[in-house]
Design a protein around this ligand. Structure first.
Ligand SMILES: Nc1ncnc2c1ncn2[C@@H]1O[C@H](COP(=O)(O)OP(=O)(O)O)[C@@H](O)[C@H]1O
Ligand SMILES: [Mg+2]
Length: 365
């Protein structure tokens, strides 16, 4: 998919204006705090979700105004399309090809991006929650119903945790716990099955990218770590039963801690290079290469699933990579439309062909 035109109205610090990106690499160049990430954030919103920075919609409205509106002309599925997002009085309104839609998921079906941000460059090195977030985000992009299962699961976890705290005072409430465990197991199994399937496919592409980045010197491996002992071979019934038993076994601990210690909300992903944990033993360069491989594999999977290449957003990541990896990222992904932010002259010059936008105090030229 290709973004052809973007128009901003009262969005963050960006001046009301329109830009016409090129089909390949678009460099957004400027000093700090000028609005580079704001511009990528605007593109990202057309994927139908929330800001990749975790900002609330209200925070996206220019401080001086009470609504924002974004327009985009783009090409996807061999068709010129347009979309509009308006946020006003705490309500988001979406139009696709000039027709008002009641759900953001219409956008998800026609437009997708993969974002590389400084936060996800630490995906390998940091705690498991960031890896779960990566998985959940990537799967949601491919399967809209996954988001529904996830939100239901989190809701049940919150209710079960509240109950665990009440049990402390009202022992008789213990008898109601098995009901929650059963519904957690059923919903948790859907999540686990999807995650295991996703990793199985992702791994193949990530390994290929990693072979290239490391000139075949490193072998990348990814494994999902389920704390309930669920494996790739298990079918949905087996997963449900394993989870149910795990929740039951964990009850004693859960009474003490006041929350649910077991389940997919506490799982992790083990990323290994040449058989050794990249998190514990990998160099910073190896960890970053592994992240690049994972994210590029995410983009490739979207392409294979949809037959459309997602737009790649590179926010502030070039400066964190050595020249070899910078070059790899820019050349390997040049079959995609790319938006890359940078504030160093040298980065800007390193890019081969493309269009450069200069941004100063929200003014894009
Ligand atoms: N809702 C808003 N209205 C006006 N300005 C905003 C809003 N949100 C953020 N900003 C401003 O945007 C600037 C940061 O933009 P950002 O895109 O993060 O910069 P960078 O170019 O470093 O990526 C800051 O100056 C901040 O004050
Ligand atoms: Mg920025």
């Amino acid at each position: 998919m290709i973004v052809k035109k973007l128009k901003f109205e009262n969005f963050r610090n960006l001046s009301n204006s329109e830009i016409y990106p090129c089909e390949k690499v678009n460099v957004i160049y400027g000093d700090n705090a000028q609005g580079k990430t704001n511009l990528l954030e605007a593109i990202w919103l057309f994927c139908g979700g929330h800001s990749f920075r975790g900002a609330k919609e209200n925070e996206l409205i220019n401080f001086e105004d009470n609504f924002f509106r974004l327009f985009m002309d783009f090409n996807s599925f061999e068709r010129d399309q347009n979309a509009e997002i308006t946020f006003s009085q705490n309500k988001k309104k979406i139009k696709l090809n000039s027709v008002e839609k009641n759900s953001s998921s219409y956008l998800t079906e026609v437009f997708s991006c993969v974002v590389f941000s400084p936060e996800n460059m630490t995906l390998v090195k940091r705690g498991p929650s960031l890896r779960r977030k990566f998985l959940d985000g990537a799967i949601t992009q491919q399967r809209i119903r996954y988001a529904a299962a996830l939100s239901k699961y989190n809701q049940i976890i919150n209710q079960r945790n509240a109950l665990l705290k009440d049990i402390y005072k009202h022992k008789e409430l213990k008898d109601t716990l098995p009901i929650w465990d059963d519904s957690l197991a059923v919903t948790g199994a859907i999540i686990l099955k999807e995650r295991l399937q996703y990793i199985k496919e992702l791994k193949v592409y990530a390994q290929k990218f990693h072979d290239d980045i490391s000139c075949n010197k490193e072998k990348l491996d990814i494994e999902y770590i389920s704390n309930a002992g669920v494996t790739e071979e298990d079918n949905i019934e087996v997963i449900t039963e394993k989870l149910r038993q795990a929740y039951e076994k964990s009850r004693k601990d859960d009474y003490h801690t006041g929350y649910t210690n077991i389940g997919p909300h506490r799982d992790d992903m083990d990323i290994r290079i040449n058989g050794i944990s990249a998190k514990t033993f990998g160099s910073q360069g190896q960890q970053r290469s592994a992240v690049l491989s994972l994210k590029l594999a995410q983009a490739e999977m979207l392409f294979i699933k949809n037959g459309e290449k997602p737009v790649i957003l590179l926010d502030d990541v070039l400066s964190e990579l050595d020249p070899k990896r910078q070059d790899f990222l820019l050349n390997k992904v040049d079959s995609y439309q790319v938006f890359v932010t940078c504030c160093e002259e040298s980065n800007k010059e390193q890019l081969k062909s493309g269009k450069v936008f200069y941004i100063n105090n929200g003014e894009v030229r």
